[in-house]
Design a protein. Structure first.
Length: 320
C-alpha cells in the first residue's frame, strides 16, 4: 500500500468509526433524554396530585419504556447514519443478494453460529477467574448479557428490532464500506466493531465470534440470511427459550443451555474438521494488503472507540 493509499484509507476508517460513534451517541442521548422527560413527568404529576397510573401518557413498566426508548434511539441513529453513508453505501447495496444458500449449508452455518454460546460461557468463566485474582467480579457483566425480560416491548426490541438494525449497520453500512479492501479484512473489522459496541467483556468476545460468522454469511449469501440468524439467536434461543423454560424445576434453564451447547460444539468441531481445507484456502486467498491493520490501530477514531467502549465495559466490573 502506497503512502497516498494509506492516507486515504486512514481517512476513510476515521470517518466510518466516527459515524458509528455518532450512531451510538444518538442512541444514548435519546434514551437519556426520554428517561429524563419521564422522570420529570412523574414528578410533576405527583406534585399535581395525579397518580402515574391515571396519566396514561408514558409507558409504565421500566422495561417496556426502556425498550421503546431504545427503539426510538436506534431509529434516529440509523437515519443519521444512512444519510451520511448514502453515497458510499446506498441502501439497495446493503440488501444486494449473494449466492443462494441450500439447506445443508444453512444447517452447517447455523451450528457454527450457535457455537458462539460456548464462546461466551468459556470467555465469561475465564475472565471472571482472572479478575478474581485481583478481587473483582464479572457477575454484573454476565447478568446484563444473559438476563431475560418477559415484557412484550422488550421481546420486540431484542428479538426483532435490534437484529434488523444491527445487521443493517454492521453487516450493511460498515462491512460494505470496507469491502473494497478485501473480504477477510471487511469481515474481521466489522466483527471487531460489532464486538466492541457491546461494551461488555464476555459479551464482546461472543459478539466478535458471532460477527465473523455473520460477516462471512453477509458477503457470500446476503444480509437477509444474517438477519434471520441474528433473529434466531436473540428471539428463539434467547427471549423465547428463557420464557418457556422454567427457572426452577426438574430441568432448569442452565441445564438446557449446557446440553444444547455441548451438541452444537461437537457438531461444529466435526464441520470444521470436514471443511478444514475450504476454510484454510479461503483464509489464504483473501489476505488483506500489507499495512491495513497497522493503519487501523493508529487511527484516532478507532483508538477513541476502543477507549470509550473499554471504559464502559470496565464499569460493569465490581469489587468483591
Amino acid at each position: 500500500m502506497s503512502d497516498l493509499d494509506r492516507t486515504r484509507f486512514k481517512r476513510e476508517i476515521n470517518e466510518i468509526v466516527f459515524l458509528l460513534l455518532l450512531y451510538q451517541l444518538v442512541q444514548f442521548a435519546t434514551v437519556f433524554g426520554l428517561s429524563s422527560l419521564r422522570t420529570l413527568w412523574k414528578v410533576l404529576t405527583q406534585r399535581a396530585g395525579v397518580s402515574i397510573g391515571d396519566s396514561g401518557t408514558f409507558v409504565q413498566g421500566e422495561s417496556s419504556f426502556g425498550a421503546l426508548s431504545s427503539m426510538i434511539g436506534f431509529t434516529l441513529g440509523f437515519l443519521i447514519l444512512a444519510y451520511w453513508m448514502r453515497d458510499r453505501v446506498p441502501i439497495r447495496q446493503i440488501f444486494k443478494r449473494g449466492r443462494r444458500m441450500d439447506l445443508p449449508t444453512f444447517l452447517q452455518l447455523f451450528v457454527l453460529f450457535m457455537c458462539g454460546q460456548t464462546v461466551f460461557a468459556l470467555s465469561a468463566a475465564m475472565l471472571d477467574r482472572f479478575f478474581h485474582f485481583f478481587g473483582y467480579s464479572l457477575a454484573d457483566s454476565v447478568e446484563r448479557a444473559t438476563s431475560v425480560d418477559p415484557s412484550i416491548p422488550m421481546w420486540v426490541y431484542v428479538g426483532f428490532f435490534a437484529p434488523l438494525m444491527e445487521e443493517m449497520v454492521y453487516r450493511g453500512f460498515l462491512l460494505q464500506s470496507v469491502r473494497p479492501y478485501g473480504k477477510r479484512f471487511a469481515v474481521l473489522f466489522s466483527a471487531m466493531m460489532f464486538g466492541g459496541m457491546h461494551a461488555n467483556l464476555p459479551q464482546s468476545i461472543f459478539a466478535l465470534y458471532i460477527g465473523m460468522v455473520l460477516g462471512y454469511i453477509a458477503i457470500e449469501y446476503g444480509i437477509g440470511y444474517t438477519i434471520l440468524f441474528h433473529f434466531l439467536n436473540n428471539f428463539v434461543f434467547g427471549s423465547l427459550l428463557g420464557f418457556l423454560v422454567p427457572e426452577k424445576g426438574a430441568l432448569d434453564l442452565t441445564e438446557v443451555w449446557y446440553r444444547l451447547d455441548l451438541v452444537f460444539v461437537i457438531l461444529g468441531l466435526g464441520i470444521l474438521f470436514c471443511k478444514r481445507r475450504v476454510v484454510w484456502n479461503g483464509l489464504c486467498k483473501h489476505h488483506p494488503s500489507k499495512g491495513l491493520w497497522r493503519t487501523v490501530f493508529r487511527s484516532p477514531a478507532f483508538l477513541l472507540f476502543l477507549l470509550l467502549e473499554g471504559m464502559l465495559a470496565l464499569s460493569l466490573i465490581h469489587k468483591i
